[in-house]
Design a protein around this ligand. Structure first.
Ligand code: AMP
Length: 191
């Protein structure tokens, strides 16, 4: 299964991706994790993107294309993947289609975890409080939310236009949400 997981910051997308990986045994391709790893290792890419990610802005599309192309071309992605955090712009969605077309592995399903914007802001603030984050960090999270609405929300329409999008309600427990996603994927939740 080749799955694109979409959702705003705080939608629970990362949590669901991890649960799905466990359940489906597919590689989890998180562009955020790839970037964090590059930053930690101090590679040229890491140095180039550090400041951008710290501000909650988007890394330029061409930088992301190279990263994603390399990752999707690896053997472990041949039988499917869960793509988390990419595409984040319409341009990235088009590039992804081109990459996957070349590999003859098109996206099969895009799932959007739908959470009300007010609810997300509340979750972000609660998380900030719980984790003792500085106001600075809360501002970054708010910025990520703005960037999401402006740049990433249209990606959902891109997949909807191609008949590939299913919206899943992000409310309830993480198991509730997982069950909804598994039912979209026609995987028996009891297994
Ligand atoms: P994430 O863990 O997916 O929330 O990503 C963390 C940060 O990495 C984002 O706030 C962006 O700065 C950057 N990033 C991750 N994926 C992308 C992408 N597809 N396009 C641009 N920037 C990205």
């Amino acid at each position: 299964m080749r799955i694109v997981l979409l959702g705003a910051p705080g939608s629970g997308k990362g949590t669901q991706a991890a649960l799905l990986v466990e359940r489906l045994g597919l590689p989890h391709i998180s562009t955020g994790a790839l970037l964090r790893d590059a930053i930690k290792r101090g590679t040229r890419l890491g140095l180039a993107v550090k400041e951008i990610t710290e501000k909650g802005e988007l890394v330029p599309d061409d930088v992301m294309s190279d990263l994603v192309k390399e990752r999707l071309g690896r053997d472990d992605a041949a039988d499917g993947f869960i793509l988390d955090g990419y595409p984040r712009t319409l341009e990235q969605a088009k590039v992804l289609d081109a990459i996957l077309e070349e590999l003859a592995r098109p996206v099969e399903v895009a799932i959007l975890i739908d959470v009300d914007a007010d609810q997300i802001i509340k979750r972000i603030e609660l998380r900030a409080e719980e984790e003792g984050r500085s106001d600075d960090t809360v501002d970054v999270l708010r910025n990520r939310m703005r960037v999401y609405q402006e740049k990433t929300a249209p990606v959902a329409d891109y997949y909807a236009d191609r008949g590939l999008l299913t919206r899943v309600l992000g409310s309830g427990t993480r198991d509730d949400v997982l069950e909804r996603i598994l039912s979209v994927l026609q995987v028996d939740a009891a297994n």
